[in-house]
Design a protein around this ligand. Structure first.
Ligand SMILES: [Ca+2]
Ligand SMILES: [Ca+2]
Ligand SMILES: [Ca+2]
Length: 253
């Protein structure tokens, strides 16, 4: 009996403790419900912060994308400029090579011309014809001289005859070169028959060195005359025989 009483007393005490603990817990529940708005605010704040971070991240991505595009454009532009410069340099290099080649060719041509000029000058000096009063210039088996005065073709021929010679008969290119730098009568005429040219020794004309358009017999031109010029194979002209000029005599050595 006593044990039952004590047992019940324990149960009552336990219930009493449980009740009191419930009473103590009740205010805690009240406290928890008060902290709920604060937690929501924290959550909202976190959402806002996250949104701001996302926005900043997005902006960073956009800026980086734009910057990258700018870099690409600049790289493309630089590449185009490099291509232009490369093309310009290549073109200049080709031009330089062409100029160098041209310069080399010109230099070689100049040397050749200088050599020819030296040879020509030497030959010309050797062939320089002497004046008739002084003496004769020899070429192979023939002798030549040029007058120091001017006369008609007929008078000139007579002067040569007085010297035991006749007006020059040009039988070759070498003989033509002898009178290259002279303005003088030569022993060629078509007085006997117009258009039929004959040398004073009676031989017909075979090798001729007429200028372009000559002989043209303008106003009756029947005597051949050599005009000094740069073209040795085109230097003859038919003139009126009464014109006065220097002349060249030729005779056997
Ligand atoms: Ca001759
Ligand atoms: Ca004539
Ligand atoms: Ca003429």
């Amino acid at each position: 009996m006593h044990e039952d009483i004590y047992g019940n007393a324990d149960i009552i005490e336990a219930y009493s403790k449980h009740t009191s603990s419930q009473r103590e817990q009740t205010p805690k529940r009240t406290q928890h419900s008060e902290s709920e708005p604060t937690g929501r605010r924290c959550y909202q704040l976190a959402i806002v912060c996250l949104g701001i971070l996302c926005f900043l991240l997005l902006m960073t991505v956009i800026v980086l994308f734009a910057y990258n595009n700018g870099l690409r454009e600049e790289a493309k532009k630089n590449k185009a400029e490099m291509a232009q410069i490369s093309s310009y340099l290549t073109s200049n290099y080709s031009e330089k090579l062409e100029l160098q080649t041209s310069y080399s060719t010109c230099t070689a041509e100049k040397e050749q011309l200088q050599m020819k000029y030296s040879t020509y000058t030497e030959n010309d000096r050797k062939k320089q014809i002497q004046f008739c009063p002084k003496g004769w210039t020899r070429f192979e088996t023939r002798l030549y001289c040029i007058s120091t005065e001017k006369k008609t073709w007929q008078e000139s021929r007579q002067d040569c005859k007085n010297r035991g010679a006749d007006l020059i008969v040009i039988n070759s290119r070498q003989e033509q070169d002898i009178i290259l730098h002279t303005d003088a009568w030569i022993g060629l005429t078509d007085r006997e028959r117009e258009g039929t040219w004959k040398w004073v020794d009676g031989t017909p004309l075979t090798t001729s060195f007429w200028r372009d358009g000559e002989p043209n017999n303008v106003g009756e031109e029947d005597c051949a005359h050599n005009n000094a010029g740069t073209n040795p194979i085109k230097s003859w002209n038919d003139k009126g025989c009464s014109a006065k000029s220097f002349w060249v005599c030729e005779k056997e050595a």
